[in-house]
Design a protein around this ligand. Sequence first.
Ligand code: SAM
Length: 219
Amino acid sequence: MPDSASHSRFLDLLFEANAKFNLTAIQDRAIAWETLILESLDLLPFLAALPAKSRVVDIGSGGGVPALPLAIERRDLEFTLIDATGKKARYLEETAGALGLANVRVLNGRSEDFAHERRLRESFDAVTARAVGEVRELVELALPFLRIGGVLLAPKGQKGEAEAAAAGPASKLVGGGPPEVLRVERPSERTLVVVRVTKVARTPTSYPRPPGKPKSDPL
Ligand code: SAM
């Protein structure tokens, strides 16, 4: 059973902060529950095999989706949340604190820079990233963080299939296998598409390229 009280408190804190600066366009609580909470929790089956203390990094956490709902449900995993914007990083830290999530730490800066730090490079078991970029951009941002065998999980809308098909060559360049398209069906709800890329080889040290380059000139 999901910890509904914590998810509900998370939405309270998100909406409170959203009144001060933009974190989500969603105003309606029922839609937020469906889109922000349930769609985050749809990733849980893909993390199910990870043992306690496994490390997950969420790139571009913004309002905290999907990382905070996942951290609420998997308090045994260590979550690192990255966001380039200072006030979003501060909000994420305060929100994790208010929710009592000792398994969350927040880094403020560009993932392209953090991915070159020794303590972070090739040291994570999974990367999540929602609404941060196309899959061919995400593979360059995410794969450098993963150990071999680790996975990138990108929740996507209907464009997921086309983005996955276009990202094969980029994935290979950074040590990823062929992007897979996985569908999470929920009765009477819309289907979530998750693109999964498994790391199969070390990432050359030249990746990721400097901040902004993966988006402006995707591999
Ligand atoms: N993941 C959240 C969600 O689904 O609601 C936020 C999505 S928001 C559209 C994108 C966020 O990613 C922004 O907060 C932005 O600051 C951050 N971002 C984008 N590229 C980034 C990068 N390369 N490194 C760190 N943060 C990044």
